[in-house]
Write a protein that binds this ligand. Sequence first.
Ligand SMILES: [Zn+2]
Length: 335
Amino acid sequence: MTASGLVNAHTHLYSGLAPLGMPSPKAPPPDFVSILQQVWWRLDRALDNASLAASAELYVAEAMALGAAGLIDHHESPNLIEGSLDVLADACARFEMPAVLCYGATERNGGRDEARRGLAECARFARENRRPAIGAVVGLHASFTVSDDTIREAAHLARDLGTVLHIHVAEDKADVDDARARGYAGVIDRLTKLDAMVPGSIFAHGVHLTTDEVKACEAAGIWLVQNPRSNKGNRVGYPNALVASSRVALGTDGYPAAMADEVSALLEESAAHDDDPDRARARPAAGATLLAERLGGAVPPPSPSARAAAATALSGVRARVQSDANALWERMSRL
Ligand SMILES: [Zn+2]
C-alpha cells in the first residue's frame, strides 16, 4: 500500500499554522472537552481572513507536495463565518487540490444565531461555488454542541441542496453522554430520530459507537472516518466497532497532511487493539470512493506538475505565513 494518491477524508485546514509554534496550554488539559476548550476552540475564535488564508495555503501546499489526492475539510472560524469557505476553496484551487468543504455549524459561542449563520455559509457556498473539483456539504460541529432544531435544519438543508452532512460523531464519550442526557439512547439514536441520517453523510471518528450503531450507519449509506493519530493524541480510545462497516475511510483530523504517517499510525494502532487487519488496511484507499461520491464521479489524480509546483512553492509559503502565525498566537493568547 502506498500513501501517495490517498484522499484525506477528514481534516481541518484551519489548523494549518499549528506546527509553526502554536503555544501549548500552561498545564496539560485533563480531558477531551478541555483540549477543545483550551486549544482548538481558542484557535478557531482567533482566526481572521489573513490567518485563515495562510493556514489553508500552507496545509494544502504541503498536502499536495506530499501526495494527497483530495481533502475533505471540516471548518470553523466563529469570528469569520461568512465567506470563510471561499478562503479555503481559493487555496485548494490555487494548488489544484480536489476538496469537499463545509462550515461546521455550532451553538457553542453564539447559540442558535451562530448555528444559522454556519448553515447559511454552507448553503451560500454550495450554490455559488463554480471551482472545478471542489464540492460542498453541510457541516455540524458535533451533536453535543447543537440543539435538536439545528440538527433538523442541517439535515433538511443537506437534502434540499442534494448533498450530505459532515459531523464529528462520538469522538469522545462526552458526546454520547450528552445525547443520553437529552433523552436519546446515543448519538445515532438522536440523529435517526431527528431525520439526520442522510445517505452518503460523513461521520468523523465514531470512537464510542457500538457495533449496532456502526451497522446502522453502514445500512444508511453513511461513511465513518477513522483518525488514528488524533484519537491516540487526544486519548479518546480506539474505534473497535468500525470493523462492522465497509464504509470507513482515513483522515488526519488536522494533523499535518502526510497520509503516510496516518497509514503508519493506523497499522500500529489497529494491531495494538486487535482490529481486523484486512478491514483496517482497506480504509486508506476508501477515501477515493467517498470523494468520487461527493464530486459526482472520480476526479483525475493531481498532475505531476501540480505536485512539483506545490513542492517548489512550499518553502516560500512557510516563510511568508510565519508572521500570520505569530499574530494568530498573539490573538489566541488574549482569548
Ligand atoms: Zn475533526
